[in-house]
Design a protein around this ligand. Structure first.
Ligand code: ARG
Length: 467
C-alpha cells in the first residue's frame, strides 16, 4: 500500500530516512475531504470531455464516495506510511475499483492538486474563523452596550489622560476586529478568484481539459491565467496568515489590557472563576492565564507568517519541495487563532466590569484638567495661559493630596477670578466625558451608536458567498 506513485523510474527503494523526511501525510491528511472533492470534479470533467469513459467516472465516483463514507465512520484509517494525502486517496481508490482508479490522475499533477486542496481547505477554515470573529465582535458590542456610561480613565503612555467610557474603549477593539474580518474576507475572495486545477505539473497538458468547468464546479470565479503561476503561487497562504497575524496582534493588545484591568492595581474588571486559574503555592492568586497565553501565542502566528515569507522568497519557478512547508505554517496559524477566539469570547462574555473602581481611578488622575483649562478659556483666558494656570493648580493639589473638585471656590478664585460656582459642573467627570460629543467619541450616545454601526456592518457582510 505505502508505495510511491512515481516508483517506475527507480531501481532502488528509497532510504527509509528519506521517506520519513519527505512524507507529508501526518499534516496534509487533514485535507483529505478537499482532495476527494477535487478528484470528484476532475474525473467528472475528464468524463464530460471524453478523456475517460462514463463507466470509469461512475466507478471513480462510487469509490471516492465509499472512501469518504468509511473515513467519516472510522472504518477507514489513514495510512501513516503513505507519502501524502494524494497518494493515499489514489491508492485506496485503485485498491477498491481497479483500473478506473488508475485513470483518475489523467491530465493532473500533484502540483496542481495540492495547490487546489490547500485553497479548498483554507476557504472552509477562513469561513470558520470569520464566524468566530463575528461572535467575538458581538460579545464586545454587548459588553460595550452595558458599559456605555461607565466613566474610566483613558490612557496615553499608560498615564491617565482623559475621561472615556468602558464602552468606548471596548468598541475600539470591535472596530479593529471588524477590519480583521474584512481582511480575511478580502484575502479569501482573492484566493477564490482563480482555480489552479488543470495547470498540471507546470506546463498544462495535451488533454482537452475544461478548466472553466472545474473552476466553476469548485466554487472559483475562473481558472488561473498562467499554469506556472497556478502551481507555484502561495500568496493566499501569506495573505491569510498576514490577516491572522494582525488579528492575533489585536487579541494580544486586548489581552494585555485585560491583564492590567484585572490586577489589584486597576481592578476595573473581575474575570469569571471559570476563566482563570490558581497558584499551587499562593492561595490568594487568581491568574488571567487565558489572556497571557493569547499574548504568548501571538508570536507563534508571527512565526508562521515569517516561515511562509522566507520559504517563498528564494525558490525558482515553478513547484519546489520547499513549498510542502506551507501547510504546517498556515494550519498552525488557523489552529492557533481559532483556539484563541474560542476561549477569549466566553471569557469576555462572562467578565464583570467594576464601574465604581473605574470611576475612582478616573477621579484620581486629574483627567479633568483639560476641561478645567477649557473652562477658563471659554471665560476669556487665552488657552496657553489657562493651560499654565491649571498646571499650577494640579501641582498644588498633588502636594496637598487633593483632587481639583475638592478645592473650595475660594481656592479656585485664588488662581483666577474667572472661576465661578459652575466650575464644579464643568469638571464633573460624567460631564467631562459626556461633553466630548465629537463623532466617534466616548459619550454614552456615541458608544451606542458605534454598537449599532458595527452590528449593521456585521449584518451587511453576513452570508456572502465567499464565507
Ligand atoms: N506533498 C506535496 C506538497 O505538499 C504534494 C506535491 C508533490 N509534488 C511533487 N512534485 N513532489 O507539496
Amino acid at each position: 500500500m505505502a508505495e510511491q506513485l512515481w516508483k517506475g523510474r527507480f531501481s532502488k527503494a528509497v532510504d527509509s530516512r528519506v521517506n520519513d523526511f519527505n512524507s507529508s501525510i501526518r499534516f496534509d491528511a487533514r485535507m483529505i475531504e478537499q482532495d476527494i472533492q477535487g478528484s470528484i470534479v476532475h474525473s467528472e470533467m475528464l468524463g464530460r470531455q471524453g478523456i475517460i469513459s462514463a463507466q470509469d467516472v461512475e466507478q471513480i465516483h462510487a469509490g471516492l464516495a465509499s472512501i469518504l463514507k468509511d473515513l467519516r465512520s472510522g472504518a477507514l484509517e489513514i495510512d501513516p506510511a503513505a507519502e501524502d494525502v494524494h497518494t493515499f486517496v489514489e491508492q485506496t481508490l485503485t485498491a477498491r475499483v481497479g483500473d478506473a482508479g488508475k485513470r483518475l490522475h489523467t491530465g493532473r499533477s500533484r502540483n496542481d492538486q495540492v495547490a487546489l486542496d490547500i485553497r479548498l481547505y483554507l476557504r472552509q477554515a477562513s469561513a470558520g474563523l470569520q464566524q468566530q470573529l463575528r461572535e467575538l465582535i458581538e460579545t464586545l458590542c454587548c459588553q460595550a452596550e452595558q458599559g456605555a456610561g461607565y466613566v474610566m480613565p483613558g490612557y496615553t503612555h499608560l498615564q491617565r489622560a482623559q475621561p472615556v467610557t468602558f464602552g468606548h474603549q471596548l468598541m475600539a477593539y470591535a472596530w479593529m476586529l471588524l477590519r480583521d474580518l474584512g481582511r480575511l474576507r478580502d484575502a479569501t475572495a482573492r484566493m477564490d478568484a482563480e482555480c489552479p486545477l488543470g495547470s498540471g505539473a507546470l506546463a498544462g497538458t495535451t488533454y482537452p481539459l475544461d478548466r472553466f468547468y472545474t473552476a466553476a464546479e469548485l466554487g472559483f470565479d475562473a481558472p488561473c491565467g498562467n499554469s506556472i503561476d497556478g502551481v507555484s503561487d502561495r500568496d493566499f497562504c501569506i495573505e491569510l496568515t498576514g490577516a491572522m497575524a494582525t488579528c492575533m496582534m489585536h487579541l494580544s493588545r486586548l489581552s494585555e489590557e485585560i491583564i492590567l484591568w484585572c490586577s489589584w492595581e486597576f481592578k476595573f474588571i473581575e474575570l469569571d472563576d471559570a476563566f482563570t486559574t490558581g497558584s499551587s503555592i499562593m492561595p490568594q492568586k487568581k491568574n488571567p492565564d487565558v489572556t497571557e497565553l493569547i499574548r504568548g501565542k501571538t508570536g507563534r502566528v508571527y512565526g508562521d507568517l515569517n516561515t511562509l515569507l522566507v520559504m517563498m522568497k528564494g525558490i525558482p519557478l515553478a513547484y519546489d519541495k520547499d513549498m510542502q512547508e506551507d501547510k504546517e505554517a498556515v494550519f498552525d496559524a488557523v489552529d492557533t487563532l481559532s483556539l484563541c477566539l474560542k476561549t477569549i469570547t466566553p471569557m469576555l462574555a462572562t467578565m464583570t466590569p467594576l464601574p465604581d473602581n473605574m470611576r475612582r481611578a478616573a477621579a484620581k488622575g486629574f483627567i479633568n484638567a483639560t476641561d478645567c483649562a477649557d473652562y477658563l478659556t471659554k471665560k476669556g483666558m487665552p488657552f496657553r495661559d489657562a493651560y499654565k494656570c491649571t498646571g499650577t493648580m494640579v501641582g498644588a493639589c498633588i502636594d496637598a493630596g487633593k483632587t481639583l473638585e475638592e478645592l473650595t471656590l475660594e481656592e479656585f478664585r485664588s488662581y483666577s477670578p474667572l472661576f465661578d460656582e459652575d466650575i464644579y459642573e464643568a469638571i464633573d467627570l460624567t460631564r467631562c466625558c459626556e461633553g466630548r460629543t465629537s463623532y466617534g467619541g466616548p459619550t454614552k450616545a456615541s458608544v451606542l451608536r458605534q454598537v449599532a454601526d458595527v452590528r449593521q456592518k456585521l449584518k451587511e457582510t453576513g452570508g456572502h458567498s465567499h464565507e
